[in-house]
Design a protein around this ligand. Structure first.
Ligand code: SF4
Length: 117
């Protein structure tokens, strides 16, 4: 079986063709560099995504503070993570780089502020 996907590891967006034997990756073609091969293999075995969103913030200049995860998190945990982030309210002042949620849902990723508030 062959799957096609777009590599998102850089803006070039190479079209990858991944040949599978069951769940095992047999070959990856279409990648311009090694990162594309690694991306395709991870995407098949354990797809992950970085999460960028906002957290409610009380007492600051703005009602929300922009945040991101320090590591990509498993795609199938996104919904749970977003639910927790949406339920979280932090108090100002918040500084860029501050950890607002430590090790979110045991993923090893922290949710950090990407701006002051
Ligand atoms: S394969 Fe390499 S060059 Fe192509 S999109 Fe992925 S990272 Fe960029």
């Amino acid at each position: 079986m062959t799957k096609t996907m777009t590599c998102v590891a850089c803006p070039l967006g190479c079209q990858l063709s991944v040949t599978l034997d069951g769940d095992t990756v047999v070959s990856v073609t279409g990648n311009t560099c090694k990162r594309g091969d690694a991306y395709a293999r991870t995407e098949i075995s354990n797809p992950v995504r970085s999460l960028t969103t906002t957290v409610r913030c009380e007492g600051g200049l703005h009602p929300v503070v922009p945040v991101k995860t320090t590591l990509p998190i498993p795609k199938d945990r996104m919904f749970e993570c977003m639910k927790l982030i949406n339920e979280t309210v932090v108090q100002a002042p918040v500084e860029v780089g501050q950890v607002l949620i430590h090790n979110i849902l045991g993923t090893d990723a922290h949710v950090i502020a990407t701006n002051n508030n």
